[in-house]
Design a protein around this ligand. Structure first.
Ligand code: THU
Length: 139
């Protein structure tokens, strides 16, 4: 991926930490999702006093995009950490990987994990969800 675009996505995901609603875990997460057409959608985690309704940053971004008609995606950038301090990569949870599997080609969809503008690593969805179950399995 183009480095400038990756850095733009890191900046957008990091900005989302300001909107993260995480009063229970204090673990703030931000995401920036890139469509195949080049449009960016952002998301943050949104917690809940009943805990299970909590929505991860990645799913917030996906659901915002899908609810606006998007169906094709090329990459997502995720940042996160306790109190919004980025010390380690915030890898997507299993549920978010499964949501990615619904809309993305596991061979090509890129997951960018970052702790800073110059500190990032890129994985495919297939690397993060080997042998994933998706729409093709029901075709
Ligand atoms: N979280 C995310 O937003 N994305 C992930 O993939 C991992 C976990 C959030 C959910 C919860 O608000 C907090 O991080 C701690 O689990």
């Amino acid at each position: 991926m183009d480095k400038e675009l990756v850095q733009k996505m890191i900046a957008l995901a990091t900005e989302q930490l300001n909107y993260s609603y995480a009063p229970y875990s204090n673990f703030k997460v931000g995401a920036a999702l890139l469509t195949k057409a080049g449009k960016l959608y952002t998301g943050c985690n949104i917690e809940n006093a009943a805990y299970t309704p909590t929505n991860c940053a990645e799913r917030t971004a996906f659901f915002k995009a899908v609810s606006e008609g998007e169906r094709e995606f090329q990459a997502i950038c995720i940042v996160g950490g306790k109190d919004g301090v980025l010390t380690e990569y915030a890898a997507p949870c299993g549920v978010c990987r499964q949501v990615m599997m619904e809309f993305c080609n596991p061979e090509t969809f890129q997951i960018i994990l970052a702790t800073g503008r110059e500190q990032y690593e890129i994985f495919t969805l297939k690397e993060m969800l080997p042998l994933g179950f998706g729409p093709d399995n029901l075709a």
